[in-house]
Design a protein around this ligand. Structure first.
Ligand code: CA
Length: 647
């Protein structure tokens, strides 16, 4: 019995891993941090908190690790954050003065944030979008006030605006460490779409920066390191002799390629053009859950690269690896986390939250943004799309992952324990005994993977009695690595044939015996002539009496039981024909089912029922085709063979 079961397990069960991960509770346990070697002393560990003023106005409060309500900037500073990044929009307000949202980040907001940062000893990275609202690879809209300007006038406007904004920051006592001339400017900026014009605007921003903050670095910022376009951006910047110090990239692990690619493309720019490089935006989800009734960009069902579980530890590991990558890239100077404090405004319904988003601009966009950006913000306005990527929980308490920045150098070696468990999926024949997997794959806190034993809430015999013998799906819960895990079991009419519908494109699994020398007898790829998929077995022969063949497959090591074999055919010009499906056991014919070739697309299915199979036998299933007499130019298609349990 044991032998048979293990045989069944090997032969029949198809164990698939789905990307569903049950994670450890947020913030519980100590954070594992592998030290980052060679992390420069002055490495920038920045945090974008552009939404904070609007968040606080909406009632959000932040707490330190001792549970005391504190100034966010102080909390960040004492946890190893070195710089604060803030976006600046020209005029994110409608004609009546209503804010567009996303923190309503005009220069007044940047000054307020800059003052708070300065009080906590943190310099600012100023991120000019040169737009009235969000600028990214999808849109680089010109500010309303500048919309009718030709490039010369617009260049002047960028210079004046940058100079005035930076002067206001300087006069407010803000320390500015870096200025970005544009945000994710992948081939567009401020409504301009050709580099000949873009470069003037960047030059104007750089010139103003050099004047007001001579010690600040000037950065250009792009997204999509995986696109292969960075080399061409850097080349154009060099060609136009744009004055900048830092070539910065966004890097969101879900979408932006591998870390190795990131390192390579940034190293190319650093080495070819002698520029500093950094990651200007990154973040990672600590949970798949949304907390503010406004959908998040990342959730459990998101079809994205997921190299880390959505846990607090997974979030920390993701960011840690980005830091390590940049620290080991030539001229790599830093990494900024994006909007680590943009949590829910705390209401218990969407309506309650929406009132705050609209009033204070604490959502990603308000309805008022429709006046400027009707197609995106105007349609989809709402709350935070990244509350599950913050470094604070929904109540404003810091997650353990916030400790990462201060632990990066020395590391934090704690016991390696499971952090998340992958939920297994079991797909098997409905008539076979259900055998749940004994282990599940766990992602450990050091991001290694290990199988861990599972204790299921029900045993296989119980489940077989309850669900066996019919098609369907169910889930069964259990515990693995101290965490809940569930297994989805799919009971299907399992097809025991190899390549049953010829989709491999060849005769894998099948044997053909051509008894009369047909002109054509092969697997064909033609959707319209297939019953299943796009491929099928094709035959045709010009001469009379030249179509006679068998197409068969041998099957061994089936579980003992009753089976049913079926196969389908269609064709024409068959003349006098003999066509049937057949089954042999240990070479002895035990069943046939006659079939008929009639006309195009008229599929006929032959089925041999009630095949009694005993352990150790060899089962052969096949189809015999003979066209003779008046048959000349006989042709046909064979597809959709199936050997199922008779149930
Ligand atoms: Ca949300």
């Amino acid at each position: 019995m044991k032998k048979m079961l293990s045989l069944i397990l090997v032969l029949i069960l198809l164990l698939l891993l789905c990307p569903c991960l049950a994670g450890a509770d947020s913030g519980s346990g100590a954070l594992y941090v592998k030290p980052v070697e060679n992390l420069p002393e002055d490495f920038i560990l920045g945090m974008d908190v552009s939404s904070v003023i609007a968040e606080e106005a909406s009632g959000v409060r932040y707490y330190d690790f001792d549970g005391a309500e504190r100034d966010l900037f102080e909390i960040l500073a004492e946890n190893g954050v070195t710089h604060i990044r803030v976006r600046v929009w020209n005029h994110p307000f409608d004609a009546d003065g209503n804010g567009f949202g996303g923190g309503n980040c005009g220069i007044e907001t940047a000054v307020a944030i800059g003052r708070r940062a300065a009080a906590a000893g943190l310099p600012l990275i100023v991120d000019f979008h040169y737009s009235d609202f969000w600028a990214d690879p999808g849109k680089q809209m010109v500010p309303l006030q500048w919309k009718d300007m030709e490039i010369e006038e617009k260049t002047e406007a960028v210079y004046d605006y940058t100079r005035d904004c930076l002067a206001r920051l300087r006069d407010a006592g803000v320390e500015v460490g870096m200025v970005q001339v544009g945000n994710e400017t992948n081939g567009a900026l401020c409504g301009e779409k050709i580099w000949f014009n873009i470069q003037y605007l960047m030059q104007a921003g750089a010139k103003a920066t050099r004047q007001i903050f001579p010690d600040a670095l000037v950065a250009v910022h792009f997204a999509n390191p995986e696109s292969g376009a960075y080399e061409s951006y850097a080349k154009k910047l060099a060609y136009y002799d744009v004055d900048y110090d830092v070539f910065a990239s966004s890097y969101y692990p879900y979408w932006h390629g591998t870390l190795e690619n990131l390192r390579t493309v940034l190293a190319d720019v650093a080495e070819t053009y002698g520029k500093k490089v950094m990651v200007m935006e990154t973040s990672y989800a600590f949970t798949a859950e949304d907390t503010d009734f406004s959908p998040n960009t990342i959730g459990e069902g998101s079809l994205v690269t997921k190299n880390y579980p959505y846990t607090v530890q997974g979030q920390a590991n993701a960011v840690r690896d980005v830091v390590e990558t940049v620290a080991n890239t030539p001229n790599g100077i830093g990494v900024c986390y994006w909007e680590g404090a943009w949590i829910t405004v705390g209401g218990s319904s969407r309506e309650e939250n929406a009132a705050l988003w609209e009033k204070y601009g604490s959502g990603w966009a308000s309805s008022y943004a429709a006046s400027y950006d009707p197609d995106d913000a105007g349609k989809y306005y709402g709350g935070s799309a990244v509350d599950n990527q913050a470094l604070f929980d929904a109540q404003g308490h810091p997650l353990a992952s916030l400790k990462l920045f201060s632990l990066l150098r020395q590391g934090n070696t704690v016991e390696v324990v499971p952090d998340a468990v992958e939920a297994p999926t079991l797909t098997q024949d409905m008539s076979s005994p259900i055998l749940l997997p004994e282990t599940a794959d766990a992602v450990m806190n050091d991001n290694s993977r290990q199988p861990v034993p599972v204790i299921w809430n029900a045993d296989g015999e119980e489940l077989t009695a309850r669900y066996g013998g019919r098609e369907g799906s169910f889930t069964v819960g259990g515990v693995a690595g101290g965490m809940p895990v569930s297994c989805t079991v799919n009971l299907v009419k399992y097809n025991y044939l190899v390549n049953p519908d010829f989709e491999t494109g060849d005769l894998s699994g099948w044997t053909v015996e051509d008894l009369a020398g047909a002109d054509e007898l092969y697997v064909e790829d033609k959707l319209t002539d297939s019953l299943d998929g796009t491929r099928h077995m094709h035959f045709w022969s010009a001469r009379p009496d030249s179509v006679e063949f068998t197409l068969e497959q041998e099957v061994r090591d089936l579980p003992a039981g009753r089976y049913r074999f079926s196969v389908s055919v269609m064709g024409g010009d068959a003349g006098e024909q003999e066509v049937y499906a057949y089954v042999k056991l240990d070479g002895e014919l035990v069943g046939t089912a006659p079939m008929a070739i009639t006309s195009y697309a008229e599929w006929d299915t032959g089925a041999v029922e009630e095949i009694e199979y005993a352990e150790g036998q060899t089962l052969t299933v096949g189809i015999y085709v003979r066209c003779s007499g008046a048959g000349s130019g006989a042709w046909g298609k064979i597809d959709a063979a199936a050997l199922n349990s008779a149930g």
